[in-house]
Design a protein around this ligand. Structure first.
Ligand code: AHR
Length: 647
């Protein structure tokens, strides 16, 4: 028994003993340039990401255009839907409320998006369009009702015009509640017509009306994204051509942007969201503006004339593709054209006379087969002819390998597109196992845009857990090492409402008042904040570090500061001792640096709205001479920024 105990103790001691490794970084000649916009974000209106999420509107179905026009509303008294002499021709329905005195009152409640989130002391801008056929002022009470049905705030507003007029008032909430309701009550006897009933926090991102939820936009800003891909994803394709995303419907006065069905409304029959529509209130102008606010290159994606090939698979005949191609050309004009051009003028009228400096455009999302290539070719020719400076991005289909992928890549080379969009939603093992995926990619062909990827840990129902995050960090060392061929990378999807999601995992989760950054978010942030400018050769036993002994590594130079940036993953359950020798420093020496790191011994750790268990921590790194000794903690990802002194 004693022998067994001694043996076990010895084994334990050996198993926790760190492994020794020597890596060499060559600082004398960078091997590739890292695109300044390499790490970015991909936004799609999925999981209530736009309406009910980033777009700060708190009223659902504000224009009564849902197919069942009272969805989101609870009318009481004499309330009906009308469409004669509407306020907005493309959103013609409105609500008529009659208080004939027989009922105590008449009006309607709005439930918001799984409730309306309000905070005590914060201000909310209520606005609507109203008219009264009665020749006297009509009083309405605008109320905030808490989740216990108490109407704790009432504000009066008077409608006195027979013509449609916009009326506004600011409500200061006396309570905090993620599940409040908005109530509108007609207090006077008579009739009032109302449309585009809206409630926004006054405190939006950058204080803009028709703005974005401040906390969510701030979370995007904090990623320091280099590129911003929008608006999808599958929603650009639509379940059918009619419901594809049409950017022209998403610009101009917000009240007159026609409603579109959201493609994620009924995609998963076991998880249907019949109340999921797109108001397009967050439209292309707002997307471009957000790109600018974030300091990210805008990357719009447009329909190529194919609806989702998994779903309806509708195809626009080649001789009818003209308007689709024209939409893409007009979009470039909207973004970059002079204010004297048709679409540049609209941009200026919307508030942005300066161009948005668009540099690239995606044609189609996850498309495949000759039917796609033929259409992409027509788009590419037209774009190259009119805007040769714009980069064209083609698709490699819905997955990381297989027939579609193998067919499309050579076709993309033949067409000479600038970048090819690759998508992979794969298991953590795949991510760990594919850190060398791009090491042997053709350097002469189009560049890679890893446009959608996420590690899916099916053993935990695809949680945003630490295993998934660490596997992404490991994989991304391979993206960075191959920055000469991988030019852009964006995780997907970006947002999910905890009470209304269709797809997981997602980078940022939120409810009506709070948000949570996942471990995956912090991996993206650590890359986004520390990209460096040039790849440096980093080798272990003469090879790139892509999984040997569960280690993953990449090195970069940040030319403006002269710092060396290391990204190191130890995916093993024991620490790793690593010696890193820096060749080519000549007389220069390492000076102290810092390490920002994520670590957890438990793969399954997740962050929640109540507590972010996994957050980056920072520690100093003592460094001197031309070599560094590090102990990499088990299951950790660290970004080391090392200063170099001397000449
Ligand atoms: O990111 C979610 C979906 O995944 C995207 O809409 C689509 O492109 C992919 O299939």
């Amino acid at each position: 028994m004693k022998k067994l105990t001694t043996f076990l103790a010895l084994s334990l001691a050996l198993s926790v003993q760190a492994q020794q490794h020597v890596m060499t970084v060559d600082v004398s000649k960078p091997t590739a340039q890292i695109q300044p916009d390499m790490y970015g974000i991909f936004f799609e209106d999925i999981n209530f990401g736009a309406d009910g999420g980033l777009y700060a509107e708190l009223v659902k179905n504000r224009s009564f255009e849902f197919p069942q026009p009272f969805v989101g509303w609870v009318p009481f008294g004499d309330v009906s839907i009308q469409k004669e002499n509407p306020a907005f021709d493309r959103n013609p329905h409105y609500v008529r409320v009659i208080n004939d005195g027989r009922l105590l009152r008449a009006g309607l409640d709005n439930e918001g998006f799984r409730g309306i989130g309000v905070r005590q002391g914060e201000e909310y801008r209520f606005s609507f369009y109203a008219r009264t056929p009665d020749a006297k002022p009509m009083k309405l009470s605008i109320e905030l009702v808490n989740s216990k049905a108490q109407n704790l705030l009432k504000k009066e507003i008077t409608v006195s015009s027979g013509d449609w007029q916009k009326l506004t008032t600011v409500l200061k909430s006396p309570f905090t509640d993620p599940h409040a309701r908005l109530r509108i009550v007609l207090e006077s006897r008579g009739t009032v017509d109302m449309d585009h009933i809206s409630l926004f926090p006054v405190d939006t991102w950058k204080g803009r009306e028709n703005g974005l939820r401040r906390d969510l936009a701030q979370a995007l800003y904090d990623l320091n994204p280099g590129v911003f891909r929008f608006p999808g994803g599958c929603i650009i394709e639509g379940n059918n051509l009619e419901t594809r995303y049409q950017w022209k419907n998403s610009v101009g006065p917000v009240e007159n942007r026609p409603l579109n069905e959201n493609r994620w409304n009924y995609t998963f029959t076991y998880k249907a969201f019949p109340d999921y529509f797109q108001t397009l209130g967050l439209g292309f102008y707002e997307y471009f503006l957000l790109s600018e606010d974030l300091g990210a290159e805008p990357l719009p994606v447009v329909s190529c004339g194919l609806s989702c090939q998994y779903e309806s698979n509708e195809v626009v005949p080649m001789d009818e593709l003209g308007p689709y191609i024209q939409d893409a050309l007009d979009l470039i004009e909207f973004a970059n054209g002079p204010v004297t051009s048709t679409w540049g003028k609209l941009r200026a009228e919307m508030g942005h006379p300066e161009p948005f400096n668009l540099k690239m455009i995606g044609i189609g999302n996850e498309q495949w087969d000759a039917v796609y290539v033929e259409r992409l070719e027509a788009f590419t020719k037209a774009i190259r002819a009119k805007y040769p400076e714009i980069k064209v991005i083609g698709s490699s289909g819905p997955s990381a390998s297989g027939d579609k992928f193998d067919y499309l890549w050579p076709e993309m080379k033949r067409l000479g597109v600038d970048l090819v969009d690759e998508h992979y939603y794969m298991a953590p093992d795949w991510f760990f196992g594919n850190a060398a995926r791009y090491d042997n990619y053709d350097r002469k062909g189009p560049k890679v845009f890893a446009g959608e990827y996420a590690s899916h840990d099916r053993s935990t129902k695809k949680d945003n857990n630490f295993l998934a995050a660490l596997s992404e960090a490991a994989f991304m060392t391979g993206l960075e090492r191959n920055a000469d061929v991988v030019h852009l990378a964006t995780y997907a999807p970006l947002f999910a409402h905890v009470d209304a999601w269709q797809w997981n995992p997602d980078l940022i989760w939120f409810d009506n008042l709070r948000m949570m950054r996942t471990p995956n978010y912090y991996v993206q942030q650590m890359y986004g904040m520390n990209p460096g400018t040039d790849v440096l050769s980093l080798k272990m036993d003469g090879k790139a570090v892509a999984g040997q002994d569960s280690l993953y590594a990449t090195a970069a130079l940040n030319a403006p500061t002269g710092e060396i940036i290391l990204k190191l993953v130890n995916a093993a359950s024991k620490p790793a001792e690593v010696q890193i020798d820096f060749n080519g420093l000549k007389k220069r020496q390492l000076a102290s640096g810092s390490c920002t790191y994520l670590q957890s011994c438990d793969w399954r750790t997740v962050n929640t709205l109540d507590e972010e268990a996994i957050v980056p921590r920072v520690r100093p790194v003592p460094a001197e001479g031309q070599s560094l000794k590090l102990t990499l903690e088990p299951r950790s990802f660290g970004v080391y920024r090392l200063q170099v002194k001397g000449k």
